[in-house]
Design a protein around this ligand. Structure first.
Ligand code: HEC
Length: 131
């Protein structure tokens, strides 16, 4: 009897831990709805429509893409080299780039100072991942 009680207690504690873990993950993954607002800062230069170029390349499908590879866009040599070196725009790389673009790709021609707030970056990346 005591053993059964103990087993039930352990399983309750385990479930609670897993739920907390899930909540933490959801937070770290960012909130796409808020990210849509952050994207206003990018709209001047980027669209989320395939093939539609402004000052910067289309960001449709950017999450998971190799840097510098949108056909027809004239990237800086720095961005082409960054992609050729085997990098991928995954969440981690985008987070570093969007914090301060020149810190990651020194001679990028993207004239954007960066997003200081970690939550803004996470939200924005979650939003970008939808396109
Ligand atoms: C003033 C215009 C401008 C603004 C604002 C801007 N970008 Fe850019 N972005 C560019 C240009 C130009 C490039 C190409 C950079 C290069 O070739 O070095 C670029 C490149 C990129 C790339 C690499 C794309 C690829 O295909 O490899 C990403 C990712 C990106 N921008 C994200 C963003 C996000 C997200 C924002 C908003 C927070 C933003 N940019 C704001 C002009 C801008």
């Amino acid at each position: 009897m005591a053993a059964m009680l103990m087993a039930r207690l352990v399983s309750t504690v385990l479930t609670a831990t897993v739920m907390v873990g899930g909540a933490t993950l959801a937070l770290a993954a960012g909130d796409a709805a808020s990210g849509k607002k952050v994207f206003k800062k990018c709209k001047q230069c980027h669209t989320l429509e395939v093939g539609k170029t402004k000052i910067g390349p289309s960001l449709a499908g950017v999450v998971g893409r190799r840097p510098g590879t949108v056909e027809g866009f004239k990237y800086s040599q720095a961005m082409i080299d960054f992609g050729a070196a085997g990098n991928v725009w995954d969440e981690a790389t985008l987070d570093v780039y969007l914090t301060k673009p020149r810190n990651l790709v020194k001679k990028t021609k993207m004239a954007f100072p960066g997003l200081k707030k970690e939550s803004d970056r996470a939200d924005l990346i979650a939003y970008l991942a939808q396109f």
